[in-house]
Write a protein that binds this ligand. Structure first.
Ligand code: SF4
Length: 406
């Protein structure tokens, strides 16, 4: 286990116990993330830790996950779990019996909140839809579906394994099984006009249950699209102005239809926000189990970040041989924590609590920067909460940077 400190701040230690900091995670709650790193095929835009493998021994995976829960529950005994999230990869490729084994183990190790949210990411193919009932029986109560587009031409261009009608059929099966369903769409796709996106958005709103995640296509290095873009062979992407128009149209259309943005790319009917993602954005604590999973754990007066080995085989071997899939563990200085809290929290419509920042950082956010953001109508203060405005939200990254340069 590697422990490193901030380059600028003195190394915090587990003995420098500060009650306010030790309890800070309660502002965001506690959740568990389980990473399943396999997919049926690699999408050309995807830079997630996902791999294509035909030989997956799900029993071996079960043993590794269970060993990790045992180790982590010793450190975090008694914590009430508010959310569990199966992400990937494509967790709907998991055997429902494996999901059941994992959920049973979690409930043995930790008390679950009476309204615990258990989300599983699913691709909308007919094979996976056939497992929805079994996932429900295992304890999953919320599905997050990777639909991505509602026409076959674009699904093909995105390298997806399903057609639009297959996705809608899977969605209908999901509706019969789960009361909480989200689905993802990607916009600013090749050849997509703002008018076409608006028509697709209205179709999405028409079928939406309670949550939509709407992401702008970004071209990442180390992806097939990244390679094509570097060779100038990725044609037809909307220019920045069209993409910005699509973003604004997305915000307005969803707001008008009862699914306002509670985070830059996430929209929900009031009360249907994804509790697990709120743990991240409100800077709570989370256990991350599986290849490449990250965690934030408040322990003995410190907050620690954890990173697991990202290669699936390496992770499995590490767990089997050393009893831990963790590759790194770092004690975060209070200043690091304050910065992470701003980076995550300013994405939320509800903004960040400036008093919380001051407790963590030991100083206020720069009032001059805040005044400038307010006068440019990029942000506003309300009851001690700093929130981005509609004008500021597309500039979130730059605004966060300006706030953190003290
Ligand atoms: S299905 Fe999802 S995780 Fe898998 S490659 Fe495609 S985008 Fe990535």
């Amino acid at each position: 286990m590697k422990r490193t400190g901030s380059a600028t701040a003195p190394m915090p230690s587990e003995s420098s116990f500060q009650p306010a900091l030790a309890e800070d995670w309660r502002n965001g709650g506690f959740g568990i993330y389980v990473h399943w790193p396999f997919c049926a095929a690699k999408c050309p835009y995807c830079d997630f830790n996902s791999h294509v493998s035909r030989n997956i021994d799900q029993d071996r995976w079960a043993k590794a996950y269970l060993r990790e829960f045992e180790r982590l529950s010793e450190e975090l005994a008694g914590r009430e779990v508010g959310s569990i999230f199966f992400g990937g990869g494509t967790p709907s490729l998991m055997d429902p019996a494996l999901v059941d084994t994992i959920l049973t183990a979690i409930s043995r190790h930790w008390p679950l909140s009476p309204d615990v949210e258990v989300t599983l990411e699913a691709n909308p193919t007919s094979v996976e839809a056939g497992k929805f009932r079994a996932f429900r029986s295992a304890g999953v109560n919320r599905l997050s579906m990777g639909v991505q587009a509602l026409n076959d031409r674009d699904l093909k261009a995105l390298g997806r394994m399903h057609t639009a009608s297959e996705a809608l059929a899977a969605f209908n099966i999901a509706r019969e099984t789960f009361s909480r369903i989200s689905f993802d769409l990607i916009y600013a796709r090749q050849g997509q006009t703002p008018e076409a996106w608006r028509a697709e958005l209205l179709q999405a709103i028409d079928i939406a249950v309670d949550h939509l995640s709407l992401y702008q296509l970004t071209i990442e290095p180390n992806t097939r699209f990244g390679e094509l873009a570097a060779l100038d062979r990725l044609r037809g992407l909307p220019d920045d102005d069209s993409a910005a128009d699509m973003y604004l149209m997305t915000q307005e259309t969803l707001e008008q239809n009862g699914l306002p943005a509670y985070e830059i790319s996430n929209h929900a009917r009031p009360g249907a926000e994804c509790r697990h993602n709120l743990v991240y954005w409100r800077y709570g604590d989370y256990v991350g189990v599986g290849p490449g999973a990250h965690g934030r754990l408040s322990l003995r007066g410190t907050r620690q970040s954890t990173v697991s080995a990202s290669n699936p085989e390496t992770w499995l071997k590490r767990v089997a041989e050393t009893g831990s899939g963790e590759l790194e563990r770092e004690i975060l200085s209070p200043q690091n924590q304050a910065e992470e809290m701003v980076m995550m929290g300013l994405r939320l419509a509800g903004g960040i609590d400036c008093r919380r920042y001051a407790i963590l950082a030991g100083q206020e956010l720069n009032p001059t920067v805040i005044a400038e953001l307010e006068s440019a109508d990029f942000a506003r203060m309300e009851d001690g909460m700093l929130k981005l405005t509609a004008k500021g939200r597309p500039l979130a990254n730059a605004i966060i940077k300006s706030l953190l340069i003290q």
